[in-house]
Design a protein around this ligand. Structure first.
Ligand code: GDP
Length: 317
């Protein structure tokens, strides 16, 4: 049995990852912020009340105490929007905290004479507004938001650690969704509102840019890519994406169709206040490396993702 340490254990991906590792029989430790302690935590998770904003020695001390075989760094500020409001906090929790954890992992590995495999959850936001599509591992890293810049720092730090012989992998994740997504993200905002309209509890869906295109995948598939990457003998960078882009409008149409509403256009309103000053329009990933080297493939189609999210709302409401 091996031991895993997961930061961001209470987030969407952290939840799926912790459940999977526990089901595989691993000892799983998670960093949980004080405000999340009251929430639903998976049975069996060893909880450590700690924030990625904690002093360096506290973060490093936890890595030394747990001495994990696998360290998954999924924590950080969860949205690009919040990173504009709190750029310094973002640089810490999504950026430099990764460097502290990486260095602690290296020291523990050295002392114990074995690898502490480090996995960084990077984001397509590191590419900023890329001039070409689809993007892959060789696309230049040129972030345009505090969120992307912090994630880029962590991504580069992983590459540097790897070049010095450390086991460190970065997965560059494109948007990935599930019923556990907060409603601040457009997918869940759409599915929760469509379900409310179908149930007669709401009468319209107010959105921003309907023409924005995203490469949306199914979150558990992206967690599967992380685990496959960490279990691979050689560390590397991997783009994780479906390779298919859809517009917000496509998502809306599919969600209403799933709820049995065909004539949806009169129910949707565009509020210019929800349009963003800068919005990457060409984010589509080429996951060829993950597919060929890790044997990874998405299990869910776009329609399957929308259906799963709409259907889950029936139990939520
Ligand atoms: P992001 O790609 O990580 O920023 O994920 P989001 O789900 O927040 O946004 C995805 C896309 O949906 C962006 O291009 C947004 O401009 C667009 N969008 C359109 N209307 C909305 C809305 O009402 N809320 C959000 N969050 N995004 C919207």
């Amino acid at each position: 049995m091996s031991t895993a340490l997961v930061t961001g254990a209470t987030g969407q991906d952290g939840g799926y990852l912790v459940e999977r590792l526990l089901a595989e029989g691993h000892e799983v430790h998670g960093l949980v912020r004080r405000e999340d302690l009251g929430g639903r935590l998976p049975d069996g998770l060893v909880v450590h009340e700690l924030d990625l904003g904690a002093p360096d020695d506290d973060l490093a001390g936890l890595v030394e105490h747990v001495a994990p075989h696998e360290l998954y760094n999924l924590g950080g500020v969860s949205s690009v929007a919040r990173s504009w409001a709190e750029p310094v906090l973002t640089a810490r929790v999504s950026g430099t905290a990764a460097l502290v954890l990486l260095e602690a992992a290296r020291r523990v590995g050295e002392r114990r004479g074995r690898e502490v495999r480090f996995l960084q959850a990077a984001s397509a936001e590191i590419f900023g507004e890329p001039p070409t599509a689809p993007q892959d591992e060789d696309t230049p890293v040129r972030p345009v938001s505090p969120y992307g810049a912090a994630k880029a720092l962590a991504h580069h730090a992983v590459g540097i650690a790897r070049s010095r012989g450390q086991y460190a992998t970065s997965v560059v994740l494109y948007n990935h969704e599930s019923p556990r997504r907060p409603t601040t993200f457009v997918t869940r905002k759409i599915t929760s509102t469509v379900a409310a309209i179908a149930a007669g509890r709401a009468d319209r869906l107010v959105l921003g840019n309907l023409d924005a295109r995203r490469d949306w995948g199914w979150a558990p598939d992206y967690v599967d890519a992380m685990v496959r990457a960490v279990r691979h003998d050689t560390p590397d960078d991997y783009v994780v994406a479906t390779g298919e882009a859809h517009t917000v409008r496509d998502f809306v149409a599919a969600a209403f169709a799933r709820a049995g509403i065909e004539d949806w256009e009169p129910l949707v309103e565009v509020d210019p206040a929800l349009l963003r000053p800068a919005d990457p329009s060409l984010l589509v990933g080429d996951a060829t490396r993950a597919r060929t080297r890790l044997g990874w493939a998405p299990t869910t189609t776009f329609e399957g993702l929308v259906a799963a999210m709409v259907d889950a709302e029936r139990f939520e409401n």
